[in-house]
Every structure is written in C-alpha cells, then in structure tokens.
Design a protein around this ligand. Structure first.
Ligand SMILES: [Zn+2]
Length: 334
C-alpha cells in the first residue's frame, strides 16, 4: 500500500512571468512530507545545539566565577602575608627603638652609679668588670620613620636593623650585668661609708647652742688659776637631753666628785666621747647606742658651778678639741 502511495506524483506549476512558458514540475507525492520531517529534524537539531550552547555558556560563566573566587582568595592570602610581613617589620623597628631607650637608661644608670660614688667619696673603681662603651650603629636605625615624611624601608634594611638590634640587646645584657655587679660593690661601699659616718661624732650632744667654755687653756672657774680645759662646756638647762654624738657602745658609766655622773661611749675605730656632770644616766655599760639617742640628762653633778654638759672627744687615748666634730646642730643628722 505504501508503495502505491509513494508512486503517486504531484504536479507543481511554476509561472515565472506572463510572457514565459509555464513550468510544470512533477514531484513524488512523499516529498512534501519528507521536507516537513526534515524541517522538524532541523528545528530539533537547532534547539539542541542552542541548548548545548547555552549550557556551555553557563558552565563557562561558573568556571569564570570560580576562577575569580580563587583569584580573590589568592589575593587575600598574599595581602594577609604582606600584612604579616609589615607587622613583623614594624615589630623590628619597635624593638630597635626599645633597645635605644634601654641604652639611654643604662647610660643614665652608669651616671647615677658614678654620682653615687662621687657623693660617697668612693674613689677606687668598682670591681666586677670594666665599663663597656655604648654600642654604635643603632642610632641610624632608630632614625627610620622620623622626620614626618614617609620613607619606605627595604627588606634588606629591616634585616640589618633586626641584626643590629640583636647585637645591641646582647651588648645591653652584658652591660646591665656589669652595672649590677658595680652597683652591688658601690652599695656595699656606701653602706661602709654610712656606717663610718654614723660612728663618727658629728652632732652637738645637747640642744643648746651656748658654749660656756672652749677646749684649751683657761682660768679655772673654782681656783681662778690657769688650767687646761680638755673639753667643751655647753650651757644647757638642767634635765635637757644629752645625745650620743655617734653610734657606739657604752664603755663606762659612773659617778665621782670631779666628773659627776658621766658616760663614756666607744665609737668604731679609736674615738671615744665623754659626757659629764649629768643629772641622770639613761644607759648601761655594753648598750649599743645610735647617733642622736638620748643617753642622759644635763645636770650639775661633780666639779660644776651650774647646770652644763662637759663634752670631751678622746682619740687614741688623748683628749682633743671637739670643735671639728661639731658639724650639725640637729640630732637627727647622720
Ligand atoms: Zn668642762
């Protein structure tokens, strides 16, 4: 039956122009159907191609987005690394500045130690090592970034700064060790000086400022005959406090017709001080007393014409003029 159908013919009449002959085309009957099928196939192929094209475009777009994302992430990583490097560089600069400040402080401490020795009159150089001069080279490093304008630094400069700072820190560490050792020795020497000063008579032994009789030759107040006065008399009031002129130990306390109630203090070294005519003795033999401590009260006991303190300084067993030992009126002065 199909065969019969395909054998049928269709006549297509083509009229090109009024003056030309009519063309008759005899085409097989199935040809329009075949053309229709072909057209549908073409449309289908075209749609498929179009779909595939769209799909590939979409895939390309996705890939592009992914690539952009990866690129962003990479940039962020690079940025964060650069940021970390910048922070590290800034830390190196901060450390270098700290090293500079430390150098200044160490130099100040050296001056302080030197002043201390000068004040305490310690001439001998402190033990523990010689003084190391301040390291050079870092001053240029510390100048980076100063001056207001932005001067970028290179990686090499930062590296050198870091190395210099490391050297500076190591040098400072050694200097501080030497300084600590020197200061320990100086402190010990100052303490020795302080102890010596505390043990040296320097203060007036009572509150008065009136000297009624100096050290030396004089007319005896009882006999009016020339005599030698082996101390200084202070015209104090009865029961005024009598102060130890320096740190020491009570050597003797006693009472006799010449000296009245009296106290002798042994100070470090070979110096003794003697306090006479007291109304009251506040200390006992063997007591340790400190400079300015009240040891008794002014009186007029013994060979005395009225309330006063006879004060004597004895060096190597001989009474000497106490005047050089009266350096301060204030009993609190050491
Ligand atoms: Zn006297």
């Amino acid at each position: 039956m199909n065969l019969k159908w395909t054998k049928k013919k269709l006549t297509v009449v083509v009229i090109p122009d009024v003056n030309q002959a009519v063309v008759r085309l005899r085409i097989p009957n199935f040809l329009p159907y075949a053309a229709a099928v072909l057209l549908i196939a073409l449309i289908s192929i075209s749609l498929t191609m179009s779909y595939l094209h769209m799909h590939s475009l979409s895939t390309a777009y996705e890939l592009k987005s992914e690539l952009a994302l990866i690129n962003n992430e990479r940039n962020e990583t690079v940025n964060s690394k650069e940021q970390a490097i910048r922070e590290l560089q800034n830390e190196v600069i901060t450390l270098a500045k700290q090293a500079e400040q430390m150098k200044t402080k160490v130099a100040e401490m050296k001056t302080f130690e030197s002043d201390l020795k000068s004040i305490a009159q310690i001439d001998s150089p402190a033990q523990g090592g010689k003084e190391t001069p301040a390291p050079k080279g870092a001053s240029t490093a510390a100048a980076i970034g100063e001056g207001g304008s932005l001067i970028p630094v290179t990686q090499d400069e930062i590296l050198k700064l870091g190395q210099q700072t490391e050297v500076d820190m190591a040098t400072l560490g050694k200097e501080i060790e030497v300084l600590r050792s020197n200061l320990t020795v100086t402190k010990q020497k100052v303490e020795e000086k302080q102890s010596l000063l505390r043990g040296t008579p320097t203060i007036w032994p009572t509150t008065t400022t009136t000297v009624t009789s100096n050290f030396g030759y004089r007319r005896d107040p009882f006999t009016q005959n020339p005599s030698f006065h082996s101390g200084i008399d202070f015209g104090a009031r009865e029961n005024d406090p009598v102060y130890a002129a320096a740190d020491g130990t009570i050597l003797t306390t006693g009472s006799d017709s010449a000296h009245g109630n009296n106290i002798v203090i042994q100070h470090p070294g070979s110096i003794r001080t003697w306090y006479m005519h007291l109304n009251k003795i506040n200390v006992h033999v063997g007591d340790n007393v400190s400079k300015g401590q009240t040891i008794g009260l002014v009186g007029s006991t013994g060979r005395s014409t009225g309330p006063h303190l006879h004060y004597e300084v004895i060096k190597n067993g001989t009474s000497i003029d106490p005047t050089p030992y009266l350096q301060s009126l204030r009993k609190d002065d050491r």
